[in-house]
Design a protein around this ligand. Structure first.
Ligand SMILES: *Cc1c(COP(=O)(O)O)cnc(C)c1O
Length: 377
C-alpha cells in the first residue's frame, strides 16, 4: 500500500473533469488577477458561511496579518493566542511589533484554555486569536464573553476548521470563523478546503472592517494610486478561485468523509489503553483536519519508525510548543511565570494518523490493525 497523510491525487482524480474545465476557462480568459471567479468564489463562500463579507488573499498567514493590521493595533499591544498551534498564528503578532501572550490549551480539545485566557488578560490586551485546531472550534461562547467584558477584538484562526459548525449554548448554530470580529482561513492544498497552490481569506460581518481589509490587502488604497495607509499586496489569484469554486461544492461531502474515517478509527482504537482518541467538544462539530491521538506511556519515535516500516505515515502536530520556539526567545519575558503544562505534555504525546477524503474502510483497518499490533509488541 502506498499511504499518505493526505491523498490529494486521489481526490483530484475524482473531480478532474470539473477542475480541469475550471482552470482552462481562466487560462482562456487570461484574467489571471482579479478575474470574475475571485468575486464569484467570495460570494459563494460568504453564502456558505452565512457571513456578509469574504475577502480573498494570498495565504492564511497573510489573512492573520491583515486582520491584525485592520484593527490598527500598536506596538506594545498584547494579543493572546494559544501556545499549541501552527506558528503562523503567533508569527504575525510578533512581526507587527505586537506582544504575543501565549496561553495553555485544554487537554481534551487542544483549544485555548478559557480560565488561563481570562488570567492572561491585562489592561494592554487588545485582541484574542482563538485557533480552531485540527477541525474543531475553540469554546467561542466563552471567548466572546471575555472579549465583550474586556472590550477585545477576536480573530478566529479557522485555517483548520472551514465548514465546522459552532453550537451556541442558546441553541443557535453558526459556521466556524463567523463569530469573532474577523475570521481567517487558509486554502493551503491539504486544508479541508484547499486550492492547488497558496490562498487564504478573511470573513467579517462589519462593512467598515471589510472595506479596511480590502484596502490593506491592496497596497492600502481605496481609490487607485491613492494610498491611505501602508498595506500589503495579497491576492487570491483567479485560477485558485476557480478551483475553490469547484471544491466548495464538495466541501460538506469532503468533511463528511473525514468524519466517517475518524469514526471508523475511533471504533477500532478506542479499546486500547495506550491510546486516547480525539475528544468531541459539545459546542462544535469536528471535521477532522487532523486525526490526532494522545499516547499513554508509549515511545513515540519507535512507534513512528515501526509504522513507517509497514508503509504507514504518521506526523506530530506539533512537536515543540510555541513558548519553546527559538524564534520567540525575545518574547519569552512576556510569558514568564505562565504554566504550559498541557502544551508541553501534548507536544510529547500526540500523534496524527493519515486523514483525508479518500480513505477506504480497508485502508483504515490496515492502519488501525497495525497501529494496535505495534503497540502490543
Ligand atoms: C495552515 C495554517 C495557517 C497558515 O496558512 P498558510 O496558508 O500556510 O499561510 C495558519 N494557522 C493555522 C492554524 C494553520 O493550520
Amino acid at each position: 500500500m502506498n499511504l499518505q497523510m493526505c491523498d490529494l491525487k486521489g481526490q483530484y482524480r475524482r473531480i478532474k473533469n470539473e477542475i480541469d474545465a475550471a482552470i482552462q476557462e481562466v487560462i482562456d480568459s487570461t484574467a489571471f488577477i482579479k478575474g470574475k471567479e475571485v468575486g464569484l468564489f467570495q460570494d459563494e463562500l460568504a453564502s456558505y458561511l452565512g457571513v456578509k463579507h469574504v475577502i480573498g488573499c494570498a495565504n492564511g498567514t497573510d489573512a492573520l496579518q491583515i486582520a491584525l493590521m485592520a484593527h490598527n493595533l500598536k506596538p506594545g499591544d498584547e494579543v493572546i493566542t494559544p501556545d499549541f498551534t501552527f506558528i503562523a498564528t503567533v508569527e504575525v503578532v510578533a512581526l507587527l511589533g505586537l506582544t504575543p501572550i501565549l496561553v495553555d490549551v485544554d487537554p481534551n480539545t487542544f483549544t485555548i484554555d478559557i480560565q488561563k485566557l481570562e488570567e492572561a488578560i491585562t489592561p494592554r490586551t487588545k485582541a484574542i486569536i482563538p485557533v480552531h485546531l485540527f477541525g474543531q472550534c475553540a469554546n467561542m461562547d466563552e471567548v466572546m464573553r471575555l472579549a465583550q467584558k474586556h472590550n477585545l477584538y477576536v480573530i478566529e484562526d479557522t485555517a483548520q476548521a472551514l465548514g465546522a459548525n459552532y453550537y451556541h449554548s442558546d441553541g443557535r448554530v453558526a459556521k466556524a470563523g463567523t463569530l469573532g470580529t474577523i475570521g481567517t482561513t487558509s486554502f493551503f492544498p491539504s486544508k479541508n478546503l484547499g486550492c492547488y497552490g497558496d490562498g487564504g481569506a478573511l470573513f467579517t460581518n462589519d462593512d467598515d472592517l471589510a472595506a479596511e481589509i480590502r484596502s490593506i490587502a491592496n497596497h492600502g488604497m481605496k481609490v487607485r494610486y491613492h494610498h491611505d495607509r501602508i498595506g500589503v499586496n495579497s491576492r487570491l489569484d483567479t485560477i485558485q478561485a476557480a478551483i475553490l469554486r469547484v471544491k466548495l461544492k464538495h466541501l460538506d461531502s469532503f468533511n463528511k468523509a473525514r468524519i466517517e474515517a475518524a469514526n471508523a478509527y475511533d471504533a477500532m482504537l478506542k479499546p486500547c489503553s495506550k491510546i486516547i482518541t480525539p475528544a468531541r467538544a459539545k459546542w462544535s462539530s469536528h471535521i477532522f483536519h487532523q486525526y490526532t491521538l494522545k499516547l499513554v506511556n508509549v515511545d513515540r519515535n519507535k512507534l513512528q519508525k515501526e509504522l513507517a516500516a509497514k508503509g504507514i505515515p504518521t506526523m506530530v502536530y506539533y512537536p515543540i510548543p510555541l513558548h519553546k520556539q527559538k524564534a520567540f526567545e525575545p518574547d519569552r519575558k512576556f510569558n514568564l511565570g505562565r504554566s504550559f503544562q498541557v502544551s508541553d505534555s501534548l507536544s510529547g504525546s500526540v500523534i496524527s494518523l493519515p486523514m483525508h477524503t479518500e480513505l477506504t474502510d480497508d485502508v483504515i483497518k490496515y492502519i488501525a490493525d497495525n497501529f494496535l499490533k505495534v503497540l502490543k509488541e
